[in-house]
Design a binder for this molecule. Sequence first.
Ligand code: SF4
Length: 218
Amino acid sequence: MHTFAALARVAYCPRQYYYARQDEDWTPPPDVRRRRDLAFRYPTLRRASDADLATEPISRSPAAYRAALDRLASREDWDALVDPAARGVVLEGRECRGVAHKILDGDPPTPTFVSPGRPPAEGVWRPQRVRAVAMAKALAWEREREVPAAVVEYPAHGVVRGVRLTTRNRAAYRKTVRTLREIDGPPPRIDDEDKCDACDYRERCGVRTRSLRSLLGL
Ligand code: SF4
């Protein structure tokens, strides 16, 4: 059975997934855990002083961060976000399994993924859309009911975004599952400078970083 983390890696870059699988490298580093922890302290952080927020791994100024949390508090699901029905739940679906960081109570229930990173200008990044679909499908399988959406939280930025199981998002999920099933050797490199620059495997992969390319005048 595929894991949510594996699917997200494949959606980012199949070759990166191949390296991570070789290394069995799936454990988030401590700084990721610190940023994820912010998603479980929104009310406290909303009231925190500038000095207190300065010690937190947030990616905005204290004032901008509190303003972002104020906007979050106007969401319909705010109460569920700060007091979820369950935390760190392992979901077992028909074809994928993995951890949902929260399950928001409601009719229907909603799983959330807490990202340590930054959100895109709109929506969520493709690997997280694929993960969100996988989480919603797994929860639907367990509860034997429709789960039409999932949520991605970016707590270091005070941003929360929903992902609906649209035809487009389901198609992205299916394509990723197919790609994952077909990987039996190193997949080709992707042609995406931004992704490669952020990839921990770029040296092993043989991809030059942007800074090295500019040094070499390439
Ligand atoms: S450096 Fe680029 S091509 Fe290579 S594994 Fe990373 S993201 Fe994929």
